[in-house]
Design a protein around this ligand. Structure first.
Ligand SMILES: Cc1cc2nc3c(=O)[nH]c(=O)nc-3n(C[C@H](O)[C@H](O)[C@H](O)COP(=O)(O)O)c2cc1C
Length: 178
């Protein structure tokens, strides 16, 4: 699979097989995240990998029932809580770069997972305070996203994206023609 195939074919996966994920693959996706670029190369991201089911009970309480991914958090063989220490990043033009740093690493992780035949789904709809309390995440460390990880038990169709002409301009704002 080349990088363009990986980008094109990745999907948010919300249904997983029971098949355990090999430790080498978990390490490989974390390593892909580790290699992401970041603000002054400060690497503010932290990853909490959950492989047991006990921690899930408390974690689940953080997810509203109408979150379409909630069931995956309960059932996937692995859950990765993607965190950031904002003290290891910066703010410029009012933009908190810990979010950008961690989002890049998170997407590296999701793309690497897909390349290895694994599914993931970035989830952002949860109560952060409940997550932090449930998992003992230190004060000041932010939970930027959470993903289940495992072998997909579904093949979702591609969700629509805006055409390039709607989002890319050439030489002048709003000018979609080259
Ligand atoms: C920042 C962010 C937060 C998201 N939060 C959730 C979520 O809480 N629950 C969920 O099921 N999916 C969540 N998603 C997944 C999106 O719904 C999904 O990426 C989008 O519908 C496009 O589908 P695709 O990832 O299969 O291309 C989130 C994605 C992003 C990037």
């Amino acid at each position: 699979m080349d990088i363009f195939e990986v980008i094109r074919d990745r999907r948010s996966i919300r249904k997983y097989k029971d098949t355990p994920v090999e430790w080498a693959k978990i390490e490989q996706v974390l390593d892909a995240a580790r290699l992401a670029p970041s603000w002054k190369n400060m690497q503010c991201w932290r990853f909490l990998v959950l492989t047991g089911m006990e921690e899930r009970e408390a974690l689940l309480a953080a997810f509203p029932d109408d979150n379409p991914g909630k069931r995956a958090i309960a059932s996937a063989p692995v859950v990765i809580v993607v965190c950031a220490d904002p003290a290891d990043s910066g703010v410029e033009n009012g933009i908190d770069y810990f979010v950008a740093d961690t989002a890049i690493a998170f997407e590296h992780l999701c793309l690497a997972a897909h390349a290895l035949g694994l599914g993931s789904c970035w989830m952002g709809l949860y109560d952060e305070a409940v997550v932090s309390r449930a998992l003992g995440i230190p004060a000041g460390v932010r939970v930027v996203g959470i993903t289940p990880l495992g072998y997909p038990d579904q093949e979702p169709k591609a969700r629509p994206r805006k055409d390039l002409a709607e989002i890319a301009y050439f030489n002048e704002w709003g000018c979609a023609q080259c």
